[in-house]
Design a binder for this molecule. Structure first.
Ligand code: PEP
Ligand code: MG
Length: 553
């Protein structure tokens, strides 16, 4: 048996066969070939396979989401049959004697630039389709016939890293756990794995990628370990551990129905951070006081095109109805940085974490923003919905958001469409937002501190980057001081503050958040009872004043 240790993302046990996932190398190599005819045949075969894949995707989409949405796959097929596209690839292979991968990639890039440079917004958006089509062709040419990660039987994936858009599809592909050689626990991939309750480990080192394909493995997400080729006795031991952990979790059930109140009477709200409707069921199961953060981007990452207003409305309405009169705080779409899909049309950026993400993407793409806001307003007639905005760094951002909301309310009024009293919050996750949190608190109905990004931008350490992870310390004193500043500023304007992100789930610092006066803590549903236990065992008045002074003086 071989054993590797990494960082645990989700505490759980998975036992299955290994499937090693290698993404095709996107840095396309350019070289000349001796037999251009054979290279052309490779290209035609890849194109035929891509057309077959798209036909299949079209039929699947037609059944599941209807013809309007399925049309995207038809557009991709048309691009693969487009004379000028094909002609350009053929030319590069026949006359330039270039390899097929280079011919496809070079053609894809020049068509991408051409579409992006057009005046018409519809044609500009087609640039993302060109990129998707060439990536599909390249994937096939590099020998991976499917872009999906899937297996016929339950499997554990070993990979260098996974993107959020790959992760969101894992469960559908029969994958029950994963281990990556790189990665960080605060990445969106890890957040997604936790919300999917998928036993997983990141940062396990490159040795884990050796040829273990097809061997049996057990992931122990409690200890952050993967065991390859274990004997039967070991597998049985692990399954027993899984049962014991379930019993421990069961013991927390005594906290269901109890108030979140400290020994000395400080009350706090404990809400759930979720990314899908099924997690809202978990939130109800674990007795959450509401939904403090509904990450909506995972709904988009699962699709090959933007969801329609009606599709979003149905999801938000169901979320509102499931939670009854408890508040559901929907976060406006936060894509960009690592959360990308071809159809988002995101620009190529040298530093995407500092680029077009969160509110910047929404303000630049008003139709997408409006569609989401309209769906939220319409769904608000069915429950207690609020909305919050990610990556705010100036008050000007807020002014621009307000104009969107005012316009939408006018439209709905004119059409006689009902909506509820939607509250508006701001996620404080940039140092700039911390420094102007008094001004933001004046503008907004509530503030939410997003500790993941706040740590990334405060420490100036990419939350995704394994190479600098030893320096990433979200418990740094700078974080506590910032959090305290935001809470004090919000309270000056009688606004509530919630804390979300990975720090909020750490029961060893809950007492500090309580002492600071946080009004709400939002954690993944399965951590609610653990956090309630932490709150109920805290005596805020007994917390050393000296420690607190050191933290925020
Ligand atoms: C955060 O940054 O803390 C947060 C809640 O948002 P996300 O992790 O989705 O970026
Ligand atoms: Mg964030």
């Amino acid at each position: 048996m071989i054993e590797f240790a990494g960082k645990s993302v989700f505490k759980g046990i998975a036992s299955a066969k290994i499937s090693v996932y290698k993404r095709y190398d996107p840095t396309v190599k350019c070289f000349t070939v001796d037999d251009p005819e054979a290279e052309l045949r490779r290209f035609y075969a890849a194109r035929d396979m891509a057309v077959d894949q798209l036909d299949e995707l079209y039929s699947m989409a037609l059944d599941e989401v209807g013809d309007e949405s399925a049309a995207i796959f038809m557009i991709h097929t048309m691009m693969l049959e487009d004379f000028s596209f094909i002609n350009s690839v053929e030319n590069l292979i026949s006359n330039g004697h270039f390899n097929a991968e280079y011919a496809v990639s070079a053609t894809g890039h020049s068509f991408y630039d051409m579409f992006l440079g057009m005046d018409d917004a519809y044609m500009q958006a087609r640039s993302a389709d060109v990129r998707d089509v060439s990536e599909r062709l390249l994937t096939i040419l590099y020998g991976n016939s499917q872009q999906e990660i899937s297996s016929d039987e339950p499997a554990i994936i070993l990979a260098e890293d996974l993107s959020p858009s790959e992760t969101v599809r894992l469960a559908k592909g029969n994958i029950i756990g994963f281990v990556t050689s790189a990665g960080s626990v605060s990445s969106h991939t890890s957040i997604l794995a936790r919300t999917m309750k998928m036993p997983s480990i990141v940062d396990a080192g490159f040795e884990v990628l050796k040829e273990y394909d097809g061997l049996h493995a057990v992931i122990d997400g409690y200890d952050g370990k993967i065991y390859i080729d274990p004997d039967e006795a070991f597998v049985t031991k692990m399954l027993r551990k899984q049962r014991d952990e379930a019993i421990k979790a069961e013991l927390l059930n005594e906290y269901k129905g109890r108030d979140n109140v400290t020994i000395d009477g400080r009350r706090i709200s404990l809400t759930a951070s979720v990314g899908s409707l099924s997690e809202i069921d978990d939130a109800v199961f674990y007795d959450a006081g509401g939904i403090g953060l509904f990450r909506t981007e995972f709904i988009y990452l699962e699709k090959e095109r933007f969801p329609t207003e009606d599709e979003l409305f149905e999801i938000y309405r169901e979320a509102a109805e499931k939670m009854g009169d408890k508040e559901v705080c929907i976060r406006a779409l936060d894509v960009g940085a690592d959360k990308r899909m071809g159809y988002f049309g995101l620009p190529e950026e040298t530093n995407p974490a500092l680029g077009c993400r969160g509110i910047r993407y929404l303000l630049r793409n008003p139709d997408i923003f409006r569609t989401q806001l309209r769906a939220i307003y319409r769904a608000s007639a069915y429950g207690n919905l609020s909305v919050m905005y990610p990556m705010i760094s100036t008050v000007v951002d807020v002014g621009r958001i307000n104009r969107f909301n005012n316009d939408i309310k006018k439209e709905l009024d004119a059409d006689g469409i009902e909506y509820g009293n939607v509250k508006h919050g701001i996620i404080v996750e940039t140092p700039s937002a911390v420094m102007i949190s008094d001004l933001l608190a004046r503008e907004a109905d509530f503030l939410v501190i997003g500790t993941n990004d706040l740590a990334q931008y405060t420490l100036v350490i990419d939350r995704e980057e394994t190479a600098v992870h030893e320096f990433y310390d979200p418990l740094n004193i700078s974080m506590f001081r910032m959090i305290k500043m935001v809470i004090d500023n919000a309270h000056r304007y009688k606004k509530k503050v919630s804390i979300c992100g990975e720090l909020s789930s750490d029961p060893t610092i809950t007492h500090i958040f309580l002492a600071m006066g946080a009004d709400e803590i939002s954690v993944i549903p399965s951590d609610i009872l653990l956090m309630r236990k932490a709150v109920c065992s805290t005596n805020v008045t007994e917390i050393s004043q000296h420690t607190l002074q050191q933290l925020w003086m």
